[in-house]
Design a protein around this ligand. Structure first.
Ligand code: CA
Ligand code: CA
Length: 429
């Protein structure tokens, strides 16, 4: 059946290639394209995360719950009650689990398929700020206000080790792309690098003169970037192999709240309390662009999976979408119920770049369409090609809400989606 379909479609492709004229997307600025807005939380939304298959968006809130939303229509799939203020949420790489960290000093692990609470990880003695899965999904790391990082085995919840040494709150933890290292940023003004295999400290990176709010590894694992608080306001770039300070990136005039590398590793973006986003070139660490326009602190920045766009969420209650190549502001998603600087706290692109999800201080979760997503780019690499065609063929006949291969979003992967891919074939490549 499928083989016959493939043959039929190959014929259609041949006909289409003869008939198609070049299709060029329009990049004109236009109306925000909000797919849905959901207001079920009772307190601010601190953290949002897409499931790896792009079907769900999870939101963690100060109301002590996590809500799981269906991306396709904004339906509330389930509400998970943690029991304390929820700081962060993260999906496991295989999409089976959702982890949440809370002010009740615990981490909870939930099964995505039925919302069952798989286990509660206890041991921290103060708020758990951040939680992160290792790239292979075997481990979970948690950073706490108690000054420690704990490493847990996902399969049985065993505590593999407590990484002690920081003398201040641990704000953020991150695994290196190869899963060998764990980095932690602390209020004690240092970053520590740890071996995951034996839970030992590799080294302490010193030099920041104020709190280290965020850390991020470059996609190739070579560098670690750290963003610091307002009496420092710099980003430092470290070489992971020997801990050498590669560069101090100077320019922000207030707290650096978030740092993010582009997926292709060419750029580093930083969001700041000085209301700007800065884009740095990794090859020479030059400041290539300062994105201005926000009228409040920038809380969160995220690159699109194809690396061409940057989304920023701010305390000014807007979400902005920028083009990396020239710094143009392309979209401006305003909050219609503007009251007392109800800001955007967390923003994420869906795994294939089709959507933007963000959580706001006014308890709302928003899903917006990325207007520059290339129709038919199933895997989100910015190019519509064989890979996307194969993905649709492979998923042919599947039905369900929010399947990434369901290009036209009608709930079934069929001829229509194949045609969409064929119609846009070659776009962006
Ligand atoms: Ca693609
Ligand atoms: Ca479809």
């Amino acid at each position: 059946m499928r083989t016959q379909r493939v043959q039929e479609m190959a014929m259609v492709l041949a006909i289409l290639v003869c008939q198609l004229s070049w299709w060029a997307p329009s990049f004109a600025q236009g109306r925000p394209d909000i797919v849905w807005m959901a207001g079920g939380h009772e307190s601010h939304v601190n953290s949002v995360a897409f499931s790896p298959d792009g079907q769900y968006l999870a939101s963690g809130s100060g109301d002590s719950t996590i809500k799981v939303w269906r991306v396709s229509d904004g339906a509330l799939v389930r509400t998970l009650t943690h029991g304390g203020y929820v700081h962060s949420v993260a999906f496991s790489p295989d999409g089976q689990y959702l982890a949440s960290s809370s002010h009740d000093n615990t981490i909870k692990l939930w099964r995505v398929s039925d919302g069952a609470e798989v286990r509660t990880l206890t041991g921290h003695t103060w708020y758990v700020y951040s939680v992160s899965f290792s790239p292979d999904g075997q481990y979970l790391a948690s950073g706490s206000r108690d000054g420690t990082i704990k490493l847990w085995r996902v399969s049985d919840g065993a505590l593999m080790g407590t990484l002690a040494g920081h003398t201040g709150w641990v704000f953020s933890v991150s695994f290196s792309p190869d899963g060998q290292y764990l980095a932690s940023g602390s209020r004690d003004r240092t970053i520590k690098l740890w071996w995951v295999s034996d839970e030992a400290e590799v080294r302490t990176l010193t030099g920041h003169t104020w709190y280290v709010n965020s850390v991020a590894f470059s996609p190739d694992g070579q560098y670690l970037a750290s963003g610091s608080g307002h009496y420092d306001s710099t980003i430092k770039v470290w070489r992971v192999s020997d801990g050498a300070l590669v560069r101090t990136l100077i320019g922000h005039t207030w707290v650096v709240s978030s740092v993010a590398f582009s997926p292709d590793g060419q750029y580093l973006a930083s969001g700041s309390g000085d209301r700007t986003i800065k884009v740095w070139r990794v090859s020479d660490w030059a400041l290539v662009r300062t994105l201005t326009g926000h009228t409040g602190s920038v809380n969160s920045v995220a690159f699109s999976p194809d690396g061409q766009y940057l989304a920023s969420g701010s305390r000014d209650a807007t979400l902005r979408l920028w083009r990396v190549s020239d710094g143009a502001l392309l979209r401006y998603y305003d909050q219609e119920t503007y009251i007392e600087r109800w800001g955007v706290l967390s923003v994420q692109f869906s795994p294939n770049g089709r959507f933007l999800g963000y959580g706001r201080l006014d308890a709302t979760v928003v899903l917006a369409r990325n207007p520059f997503w290339r129709e038919g780019d199933v895997n989100g690499d910015g190019c519509v090609d064989d890979t996307d065609l194969l993905a649709v063929l492979f998923a042919f006949g599947q039905s369900g809400a929010g399947l990434p291969e369901d290009v036209n979003g009608d709930g079934v992967v069929d001829d229509a989606d194949l045609l969409e891919v064929l119609f846009n074939f070659g776009s962006g490549c």
